[in-house]
Ligand binder design. Sequence first.
Ligand SMILES: *Cc1c(COP(=O)(O)O)cnc(C)c1O
Length: 375
Amino acid sequence: MTANTAPALLDLAPLGAGHFARIEDKVAALMRTRETVVAMQGEALLPLEACIRSAVRPGSTALNIITGPYGETFGGWLRSCGAEVVTVAAPFSGAVTPGQVAEALRAHPAIDFVSLVHAEAATGNTNPVAEIGAVVREHGALLMLDAVASVAAEPLLTDEWGVDLCVIGGQKAMAGPAGVSAVSVSARAWERIAANEQAPRRSYLSLLDWKERWIDGGRTALPHAPAQLEMLALEQAVDRIEADGLDGVIARHRAASAATRAGVRALGALAPYVIRDEDAAPAATTLRAPDGIDARDVVAAALAADASVPVQAAAGALAKEMIRVNHYGLDADREVVLASLAAFGEGLRALGVSAADPAGALRAAGEAWDAVIAG
Ligand SMILES: *Cc1c(COP(=O)(O)O)cnc(C)c1O
């Protein structure tokens, strides 16, 4: 063996139970919850599916709120658990309203589970969880929230909002790893899960396994070898946010959203896909391609002008009309936003769209960024 060439990611001391529990506690503090937080050893789709399969059974009536692609995924899981599913959908250009949720709950008193996505990185919209949470709590249903694209990009007050099952991942605004995630589980949710004979047990999808084999024993022995590298990366991501200040990280994301929207409006030709500023997710801004031009061509032209900008075409049915600017994590940055707008300006000119005003876009974006940061 060659001396002094130990690879940095190998041969680490094992991640012990105490350290694992401390990482969970740091994540709980970030999520503003005093309920149990379980660090799940997989990407965030793992706890999202685990929550639904654990809390929902035949005989359940679930309200699934669809404001983007993840809500559509949840509907499939809910049905496969045997639930009757009531759907409330909002256009991807806006948000669901608390009134729509209240109306669905009144029309279907049997609803005992509600699934909601806080912010959708894929469609660029965000939902008013505080108000929706109050309506759901009054009705008495459990509330599951997908906060993967909102944590660290905008306020996330898990307990105050009455969220029973809150899922986060590190790969968006936290600028952390994608391979582990976390879920908070309220006491009410644990009761429901424990009473569900269909809840996964002795399974990778089992929340109850973690309760019985980890939490109830005082978190002194891990049930199996943890995803050590990803857990350490998650801890570093949380530590960095705490060191920078969560409020400052959130302000950077708000500024990135405000600057992108103001810049695009001044640029012309493109338009924010989400109509109202208050419905726009701070993590990512979606744009509508000019009439008659494919969004994928705009993205390709922008990337040809500057390959470093966090710009992509939407997936699936929206690919022709929607462009995403993923200004989350380290890309929630003034220079990155300005570079993205400059790339759109150059790209549109290359496509022969002459109406665009790149200089005006940069000026408007810079002013909007500074106004948010100045508070
Ligand atoms: C990004 C994201 C996830 C995680 O999914 P990936 O496929 O890993 O990107 C889950 N929910 C929401 C709302 C997200 O934005």
